[in-house]
Design a binder for this molecule. Sequence first.
Ligand code: PNS
Length: 163
Amino acid sequence: MRIAIYPGSFDPITNGHIDVIERSLKLFDRIIVAVLKNPNKKPLFSVEERVEMIKEATKHINNVEVESFSGLLVDFAKIKNAKIIIKGLRAVSDFEYEFQMALMNKKLDKDIETVFIMTNTRYSFLSSSVVKEVASFGGCVKDLVPPHVEKKLKEKFLESIKR
Ligand code: PNS
């Protein structure tokens, strides 16, 4: 069984991420979506909310597991018996950072391989940060995130206006 880990912040999951998950399943038998618990970042959504949104967004896809992790990705991959890390690549601007991470992960664990999935051109401009920015000013993010994520974004930003 070929198990691959798809790590990220997923704050929140976008249709671009879902596209990467679906296409990765053509290459691997099982995808573990791993949400980073990062105390240094201030996410919009809690880890629990992010995991729930991903579960809902992938419930139509077989062989997807959603978990959170802290610490080193290679350590989590080992626990999960996964030797492949999946990353999505959009523009050249993603490359430098992703290249650095892939080489560092290789240094930390020589058995780990990083596989890059090129973005679908439909989503090449899409990121969680852009989605949050647009949603925070009341812009339309339909078609960029699943409907339940759009709803959660609206709720979040209404909450912050009330405060
Ligand atoms: O969606 P993101 O924020 O670009 O994802 C980054 C992520 C979670 C893949 C990366 O920060 C990560 O793997 N963090 C875990 C800590 C780690 O293993 N660091 C060493 C690799 S440089």
